[in-house]
Design a binder for this molecule. Structure first.
Ligand SMILES: Cc1cc2nc3c(=O)[nH]c(=O)nc-3n(C[C@H](O)[C@H](O)[C@H](O)COP(=O)(O)OP(=O)(O)OC[C@H]3O[C@@H](n4cnc5c(N)ncnc54)[C@H](O)[C@@H]3O)c2cc1C
Length: 419
């Protein structure tokens, strides 16, 4: 049986960053990375690919290039975790033993959680930038759009990059103006949330954009069905507190209609959505998952990122059960905490505890071509700006950051364990 001092499950943003930083600190570590994919993706640029302003090919590179020197790549799926005996079983039947485990497997897309979604995605006007198979279809839809309802929406589950469903909407709205079809188009944002963004001052700025650009925003709308034949999305309205929906609750300008006592139907020409998301099933059914958590995230301390029951296990990135916004930017701050804590644990030193990860995340909200604001915030939903300029308003410089600087930084610095 193969044995590793540190075994990492997942060689995406978090897994590779942690592996690279660990091996920089101690090149003699026997470190394994379980990752089935031959390719590594820079997902944040998929928003720009969907809007026709970034080359998809530049978002994909060979995984091999980023497996750090000295790491052992196990090209397989992890399938079962036996945390009592420090074992991970893979799909091909191997058992791998570890001293320390890092879980960084990202999210799973639950297509079947919304009836009609699995059958309709990728055709008939239904798309998502969240999956590599459909990103280019988003751009096709934008280019061929001749008017009608352009619906942008997100599921009721937590999602990675919670801002992405609205970023593509702002880009689409701008694109429709450039193409001269905007006056024939209703741009609609329907969300289960109660606000457009949870952190000030970004919320205020985005509310201004929604108003100025005449976007129809529908809050507390939970997507429950896609009807591809009729090109309709069905929403349950969640703020009714016992009363029934009435005609006053709907917006006839966008062709909405009532269905039953708590549902509305919105017709679409195109719909962009984020799929429902949760921890991969093998994590949900493992002893590492949080008890009573419907999404099955890994049960780690929100500051130290150490598992609350298995001290030799850490988790970070999208699969970690920490209450931050799930982004690559969060991973950049989490990785050094995991690395330092692992090194301390190996040397039997105390961990950094509450002085660890503060929930930092950032959301680069593209508000049109050439325009972006950068929302940075922590667990308390307090803005935590890191740049010497006011990034709470759209700026061209932030667009340059998103389109050119961050992709370069990702491939050449972050994945190499250099920042
Ligand atoms: C459309 C879109 C826009 C985004 N925009 C931004 C943005 O602007 N800024 C930002 O910071 N973040 C953004 N993100 C989010 C960012 O990409 C993720 O938060 C980040 O990649 C999380 O890293 P991770 O390592 O947790 O997951 P991932 O990078 O997804 O990696 C998970 C890895 O685990 C592997 N894996 C899965 N199952 C198994 C298994 N059973 N065994 C072994 N390995 C497995 C996968 O193959 C994958 O390589 C965006 C994401 C999307 C989809």
């Amino acid at each position: 049986m193969e044995q590793f001092q540190v075994l990492i499950i997942g060689g995406g943003t978090a897994g590779i960053t942690v592996a690279a930083q660990l091996l920089k600190k101690d090149p003699t570590l026997r470190l394994g990375i379980i990752e089935p994919s031959e390719e590594h993706y820079y997902q944040p640029a998929w928003t720009l690919v969907g809007a026709g302003t970034f080359d998809y090919a530049a978002t994909v590179k060979k995984e091999q290039k980023f497996i750090p020197k000295g790491a052992h790549w196990i090209k397989d799926y992890a399938q079962e975790i036996d945390a009592k005996h420090n074992l991970v079983k893979t799909r091909d039947g191997s058992s791998l033993k570890y001293d320390y485990l890092v879980v960084a497997v990202g999210v799973q897309y639950d297509w079947k959680a919304i009836p009609g979604l699995k059958e309709s995605i990728g055709k008939g006007g239904v798309t998502t930038n969240y999956d590599k198979r459909y990103v280019k279809y988003t751009w096709e839809l934008l280019q061929n759009f001749k008017g009608g309802n352009a619906l942008f929406t997100q599921p009721h589950t937590p999602i990675k990059c919670g801002g992405a469903p609205q970023k593509i909407m702002y880009l689409a709205e701008h694109y429709f103006r450039k193409q001269g079809v905007r006056d024939k188009t209703n741009v609609i944002f329907a969300t289960p949330g109660s606000v457009i963004f949870g952190v000030q001052p970004f919320k205020k700025f985005l509310e201004g954009i929604i108003k100025d650009r005449k976007i129809f925003a529908r809050f507390l709308h939970k997507l429950v069905e896609i009807r591809p034949v009729q090109r309709e999305a069905v929403y349950q309205v969640t703020n009714l507190e016992g009363r029934q929906l009435t005609e006053e609750d709907i917006d006839k300008n966008i062709g909405m209609r009532l269905e039953g006592t708590d549902k509305v139907v919105i017709p679409y020409e195109m719909i962009h959505l984020a799929p429902p998301q949760s921890a991969p099933d093998f994590i949900k059914s493992s002893p590492l998952a949080k008890a009573d958590d419907p999404y099955g995230w890994v049960d780690v301390d929100k500051n130290s990122l150490q598992h609350v029951r298995y001290p030799n296990v850490f988790s970070l990135g999208d699969v970690a059960g920490t209450p931050n916004a799930k982004t690559g930017a969060a991973v950049r701050k989490q990785a050094p905490i995991v690395v330092n804590n692992l090194m301390s644990l190996m040397k039997k030193h105390p961990l950094n505890g509450a002085a660890g990860y503060d929930g930092y995340s950032s959301c680069p909200i593209v508000t049109g071509y050439g325009k972006m604001l950068l929302a940075e915030f922590n667990y308390e939903n307090k803005a935590t700006p890191s740049l010497p300029i006011d990034t709470s308003k759209s700026r061209w410089s932030m667009w340059i950051l998103k389109k050119y600087i961050l992709p370069w930084f990702y491939w050449h610095r972050m994945l190499k364990g250099k920042g």
